[in-house]
Ligand binder design. Structure first.
Ligand code: DQA
Length: 137
């Protein structure tokens, strides 16, 4: 089963970035843990700070992979283009957020991804990614 985690802007800074919100672990370390825990899955990971690169990746995998776990980070709240890409593909997308975006500023309550996502997992820290993964199993 081919599943990809796609992370948006500033998530390359996990571990260093606002640890009181996002924790102390780097995503690379967390991803290694996930791969060890689910060795039978073909898990891959892509991160970009660039909106168009995220759209290109969604299009590239979006007709062949079994699942996409997408944390579009700040673009969640602004990007019609990423929302349209999620709508255009056939691979189911689970929208994920590390923090509880509804407990934060009002601009984080809006998502252009949610209407086209298969499901949404928000606010469980890095564990949100594993919960999304389990939903595909
Ligand atoms: C985030 C929440 C977004 O509002 C924020 O811009 C991020 C991370 C999260 O995972 O909690 O960069 O997507």
């Amino acid at each position: 089963m081919k599943i990809i985690i796609i992370n948006g802007p500033n998530l390359n800074l996990l571990g260093k970035r606002e640890p009181e919100v996002y924790g102390h672990m780097t995503f690379e370390d967390y991803f290694d843990e996930l791969k060890n825990k689910y060795p039978t899955l073909e898990l891959s990971y892509f991160q970009s700070n660039i909106e168009g690169e995220l759209i290109d990746k969604i299009q590239e995998v979006g007709f062949t992979y079994e699942g996409i776990i997408l944390n579009a980070a700040a673009y969640t709240h602004t990007s019609v283009g990423i929302g349209d890409a999620v709508k255009a593909i056939t691979t189911p997308v689970i929208e994920v957020h590390i923090s509880n975006t509804f407990a934060r500023e009002a601009f984080r309550h809006q998502s252009f991804i949610s209407p086209n996502a298969k499901g949404i997992i928000i606010g469980f820290g890095l564990k949100s990614y594993e919960l999304a993964l389990q939903s595909f199993l």
